[in-house]
Design a protein around this ligand. Structure first.
Ligand code: HGY
Ligand code: MN
Ligand code: MN
Length: 417
């Protein structure tokens, strides 16, 4: 049993957390102080190898499942009771920042180390997890490891995903780096009672409101679409403007449509983030374009209505410009409402530590969208300086990292009773 006195005085080791994150920052580190460490790449392998070493040093058992999800298991006194889990992801965008996901895994590792240092035997198993390919920045979609684990996508479909250049296949690369484990990637093989994820906010709210801890009540839904346009290539010189079937011109009008519909509908965001143009030559009329649409809202139906409006306008544009169009929903995660008792526990823990906190919503997607489907979950946010993320300048003050890890530690201890 954890006595309140222990609870009162148990803190993480801030210097050790900073050193651990700084070591991570050097693996795939970029010259602009970011990280490029996409899932199933050599940089991901190097980070996983070091994380393996750190986990072994804590004396935990390390389980690696079929999707490369890494679970560090610290046995509790009564192993029949549901475990407490905390973690996030060590992969990054291409390029990305030093804290997105990384703070969540290494903050949970620091909590594990601090519990070890205090010689506490927890009632329940405590599991630190590194989820595979949360970002989806190189092998889409996002949340692939947690998505298979929670049953949103199949392992086979995930293994077959190609990288953004279409050159490598995810399953082969995961096996190549040596992290395709044997343990089934299935939440039903685990008995998880409570899950936490410490994460940077990735937006401006905490930073602007000068609050140090955010407790999101949930995460927006994410809908990812692919749109394929087919026009007619031709020599740019002799081909008159009338009658062209210019796929890139069609794309440009559709990109405007995405932004126009999002502004008109409100309570949502929509973004065209990725485009391939073929043949992408300055003196050939573009004949093929692929582009992506990312739509997010707290209300799934609102997001779906927006897509229907966009799609209808796309078809009118394609018809007028003489292009073929095909679109499909590539991936989605419904909006996630967290367990409000756990959200309250995050706010209560922050208050006990004298830290200003705020109940909010997450616009960024997280593994917790998937985990929250199959167990009770909550997240702990810390401020992103300037509200910036998914960029190399992503930054969070070390004191905020430590405060977030302290709140996480306290939530773990409370949920481990
Ligand atoms: O897309 C997201 O919000 C997350 O980074 N996967
Ligand atoms: Mn993340
Ligand atoms: Mn991210």
């Amino acid at each position: 049993m954890i006595r309140n006195a222990q609870l009162e005085h148990l803190h993480v080791d801030g210097d050790r957390l900073r050193t651990t994150i700084e070591i991570s920052s050097r693996i795939g580190g970029t010259k602009n102080n970011g990280i490029q460490r996409c899932a199933a790449t050599d940089e991901d392998k190097r980070m996983r190898d070091i994380f393996t070493k750190w986990v072994r040093e804590t004396g935990c058992e390390l389980i690696i499942d079929e999707m490369g999800n890494m679970f560090a298991v610290r046995p509790g006194r009564d192993r029949k009771r549901g475990a407490v889990m905390a973690g996030s992801h060590l992969d990054t965008q291409k390029p990305g920042g030093r804290f997105d996901g990384i703070l969540g895994v290494l903050g949970a590792l620091e909590a594990m180390r601090s519990i070890n240092d205090a010689g506490i035997e927890l009632e329940r198993d405590f599991i630190v997890v590194n989820w595979t390919n949360e970002e989806g920045g190189w092998f889409a979609p996002a949340c692939m490891g947690s998505g298979v684990w929670a049953g949103n996508i199949t392992k086979e479909w995930a293994y077959g995903r190609k990288d953004r250049d279409g050159k490598t296949v995810f399953g082969e690369e995961l096996a190549r780096i040596g992290y395709m484990g044997d343990f089934p990637c299935d939440h039903r093989k685990w008995n998880i009672e409570t899950a936490y994820e410490l994460h940077i906010e990735q937006g401006p709210i905490l930073w602007k409101m000068k609050k140090q801890i955010g407790a999101p009540r949930g995460i927006l839904c994410l809908h990812w679409y692919d749109v394929y346009l087919e026009g007619t290539a031709n020599q740019v010189g002799p081909t008159p403007m009338e009658g062209r079937n210019d796929a890139l011109l069609a794309f440009s009008e559709m990109c405007q449509t995405v932004n126009k519909v999002a502004h008109q509908m409100g309570d949502m965001v929509a973004t065209v983030g990725e485009i391939q143009n073929y043949p992408n030559s300055r003196n050939i009329i573009p004949s093929r374009v692929h582009f992506t649409v990312d739509i997010r809202s707290w209300d799934d139906n609102h997001a779906l209505r927006a897509w229907q409006l966009m799609k209808r306008e796309f078809e009118i544009i394609a018809e007028r410009l003489g292009c073929q169009i095909r679109s499909e929903e590539f991936w989605k995660v419904e909006s996630a409402s967290f367990d409000q008792k756990l959200v309250d526990l995050v706010l209560e823990s922050a208050e006990e530590l004298g830290i200003g906190s705020l109940r909010m919503l997450s616009g960024a997607g997280h593994d917790m969208s998937e985990i929250n489907k199959v167990t009770r979950g909550a997240m702990i946010f810390v401020p992103s300086i300037g509200g910036r993320s998914h960029v190399e300048v992503e930054n969070t003050a070390w004191d905020d990292c430590v405060r977030g890890a302290d709140v996480l530690l306290r939530c773990i201890l409370k949920s481990s009773q």
